[in-house]
Design a protein around this ligand. Sequence first.
Ligand SMILES: [Zn+2]
Ligand SMILES: [Zn+2]
Length: 346
Amino acid sequence: MASSATIRSEIYDREERKQQYQAHIRGLNAYERHKKFLKDYVRFYGKDKPTEVKLPVKTDHDTLREGYRFIRSEEDDLNPSWEQRLVKRYYDKLFKEYCIADMSRYKTGQMGLRWRTEKEVMSGKGQFMCGSKQCHEIEGLLNLQVNFSYHEAGEHKQALVKLVTCERFIRSEEDDLNPSWEQRLVKRYYDKLFKEYCIADMSRYKTGQMGLRWRTEKEVMSGKGQFMCGSKQCHEIEGLLNLQVNFSYHEAGEHKQALVKLVTCERCAEKLYYKRRKDAERSESKEKKRQKRKRNRSSSEDDIEEEERRKGKKNKSKLEGCEREGKDDENFDEFMEGMFPGKGDN
Ligand SMILES: [Zn+2]
Ligand SMILES: [Zn+2]
């Protein structure tokens, strides 16, 4: 059994080795560190280990010694040093971090992806050398993130993985992905349409309830909710009003809120105020005044804000402010001006 002094000195040695190791690798760049880690990986967990154990003739003494060594190395594995754990962590990570791409059919937009083999991990292929299967470029490499679907243990998995490529690949990819200014303008407009106008379910308007949802692609394409009344069942295209409504919705597990546009015909707009009007009619004039004051103060969800109608101008400038914050260095908005009318612009 080890004395407490021995244990203490072992802990001290371990700590000192760790600090030396840290000091050493801190001064290395990524590639140097990679080489060091992999060299050490082989040293710590090397493949030549099993062959060492092979002994042609065993004496009792050998067996005893081997058993002892076996226990020792098992112990080492179960109690690895900080350096060993660091190196192992790095090595394991490498297999599920970078991938290799088969870009032979890149012009059709198809690209095959796979994890790296051990040989590739060791050589740095796909990490310090272009990850395109046939390419050996090591200069001017770029780190991309790609969505990789793969099968593992009978399961379908998806991961965002790193793909390192030389600039030559990027440029050719870019050619495919590099739409003209007009294309981008049109795309910007199209994307915007999905989060601009909404469709309202007014079937329960008598209870004051209204369901809202974004438009489907079909509705975006047909202009439903934009050039035709946004009430689900209505097809009116004349005398449309542009309203702004507060829309609460869920997206990617998050609760979101937005001020969106709701286009309605005059008849449907009446429905929006139906309950309020009825309530108001029923109450006494004094009560009515009190309610109105209260309504002006509160901001209810999923409902038309009469007060916001009055403040239309204010809301509009707020929206414009948001858009300016977004990236628009290509003056897209200038060319989409008036395509997303606010209230009153109708
Ligand atoms: Zn390349
Ligand atoms: Zn309508």
